[in-house]
Design a protein around this ligand. Structure first.
Ligand code: SF4
Length: 192
């Protein structure tokens, strides 16, 4: 589909009659753990047209990019919120509190702005929706949501991943978008 048509379709998407919460990295903010972003023209367009409010739960929780990559340890965001799951960085630090705080602040933003829908970056331990990494830092996926996604869903906010959204409007999602300034931030990757 021609780019212009897709962008037009993105703005008319049925879920976007009201403002949508959008993972900030999708709109070009360098907040991914390695200091990069995951920008995409469709999401830049949503922001430009004031259809989206950007947020980054990890930054809201107090983490600064770059930082060591983290994964939820053999569990999901819902379990982390219940206090029975942990988020660990690849060098073994327990970073759960940053993720929980970031999720709570994200929910506050959504509530204040009356937001009912969110487009979140796939597979992230904060923003992942439906599938997340399994905690072994070996690119293995398991079913589950990131911590912020789980909290938003628990409060009735509809969450869709960036990949699902792009597919929905007929745009091919790519796994490795925009990786400028990429830095290796953890030299000790835990084994399985
Ligand atoms: S996926 Fe979510 S937590 Fe990670 S950088 Fe993007 S907005 Fe921040």
């Amino acid at each position: 589909m021609a780019k212009k048509k897709v962008l037009k379709k993105a703005l008319k998407h049925k879920g976007l009659k009201v403002k949508t919460l959008l993972s900030a990295c999708l709109a070009g903010v360098n907040c991914v753990y390695d200091g990069s972003n995951k920008k995409h023209p469709v999401f830049l367009e949503l922001l430009k047209n004031k259809k989206a409010v950007i947020f980054c739960p990890e930054m809201l929780g107090g983490l600064k990019a770059p930082h060591a990559p983290s994964e939820i340890e053999h569990s999901s965001g819902g379990q982390v919120l219940k206090g029975v799951g942990r988020v660990l960085s690849c060098d073994g630090k327990n970073v759960t509190e940053f993720f929980v705080k970031g999720a709570q602040k994200t929910l506050e933003i959504a509530k204040k702005q009356g937001i009912k829908k969110a487009i979140m970056k796939a597979r992230s331990p904060s923003c992942g929706c439906g599938l997340i990494y399994d905690g072994t830092f070996s690119k293995q996926l398991i079913e589950g949501d990131g911590v912020a996604t789980a909290l938003l869903k628990a409060h009735g906010i509809e969450v869709i991943s960036d990949e699902e959204y792009l597919k929905d409007i007929g745009y091919q999602a790519t796994g490795n978008r925009a990786t400028k300034n990429k830095k290796k931030t953890c030299s000790v990757i835990r084994g399985t």
